[in-house]
Design a protein. Structure first.
Length: 301
């Protein structure tokens, strides 16, 4: 059966080492990771590599063709894992991705805010119960080198990281802006971050200068990390935000308004807690229930 996405494997010749999987394009409208992995394919020299590097620049080809988060069957791949081999397009892609994850030693999944959101650059991981795996994920997260590190509940299912959790594979994910664009800074940060983790895992010799994160939060509350349920829109209309990504906000501070197309009704949106605004909806059009913002409480541990 032909593969549902293109996988590029680089076998190192320096000696034995781990198999690291790096994926992008789980959602079809998230571009920085796709470009970064293409650059890594041409950049990595097998003669300078220990172990094996498995690279997938575009997991969800159906969603990419639609310039959308989800594919033609309407399913979100990041809610469908581990999928089914005999299911719909997205379910079969999820099954193939899960098979890959189950056969590697470490995993990095590159994301962005897609076409409708922007995310403050961050690296995240599940707060798994196995302390050895958790500490490895912490090492990978710090090595990657983004400003925010966010450990969240390991209870959320359907995701690539939940497959890794069940397979006892140390895994991290990343977010970097989005909004339908492809940030050059994001591509550069993703390339360097992946190399940083490879160095931490002793797959390559180059040792980067460590970058201390600005914020480290580990929040083990149920549903922590589920961005799509935060600050849901109370109505359909358009979102006129009054805050900027990355700024500090106070609980009950106005974040913006949702207005109907004629401006006859207006719903004020208020911050549900104090902290740093790490996700902001940048697409003006919203449906009832759409997430508008995510606030990270820096004092949650």
């Amino acid at each position: 059966m032909p593969s549902l996405f293109q996988t590029h494997q680089i076998q190192g010749t320096l000696g034995e080492g781990p198999n690291l999987l790096i994926t992008a394009g789980v959602h079809g409208d998230e571009y920085e990771g796709m470009v970064a992995i293409r650059k890594l394919i041409s950049k990595i020299d097998p003669k300078q590599l220990r172990g094996q590097l498995t690279l997938v620049p575009l997991v969800n080809e159906s969603a990419f063709a639609l310039r959308a988060r989800a594919g033609e069957d309407g399913l979100d791949l990041a809610r469908t894992c581990p999928g089914r081999s005999d299911g719909s397009q997205t379910e079969r892609v999820a099954h193939e991705l899960a098979t890959l994850i189950n056969n590697v030693d470490y995993y990095i999944d590159l994301h962005t805010g897609g076409s409708i959101m922007q995310v403050d650059p961050l690296v995240g991981y599940n707060l798994v119960s196995d302390q050895t795996i958790l500490n490895t994920q912490r090492r990978m997260g710090r090595a990657f080198g983004l400003p925010i590190i966010w450990g969240t509940s390991a209870e959320l299912d359907g995701r690539s990281l939940s497959v890794a959790r069940d397979a006892n594979v140390p895994a991290i994910y990343t977010e970097y802006l989005g909004g339908g664009l492809c940030s050059d800074a994001g591509v550069k940060a993703y390339c360097q971050g992946c190399l940083n983790v490879m160095a931490e895992l002793e797959m390559i010799e180059t040792r980067p200068v460590p970058t201390a994160p600005e914020v480290v939060v580990e929040d083990n509350r149920p549903a922590s990390g589920h961005m799509q349920i935060c600050h849901p829109s109370p109505a359909a209309g358009y979102f006129d935000h009054s805050v900027t990504l990355g700024q500090s906000v106070e609980k009950d501070q106005p974040l913006g308004r949702v207005l109907d197309p004629l401006g006859e009704s207006s719903h004020e949106i208020f911050a549900d807690q104090s902290g740093r605004l790490i996700v902001l909806r940048t697409s003006s059009s919203v449906k009832k229930g759409d997430s508008l913002a995510v606030i990270l409480d820096p004092y949650t541990t």
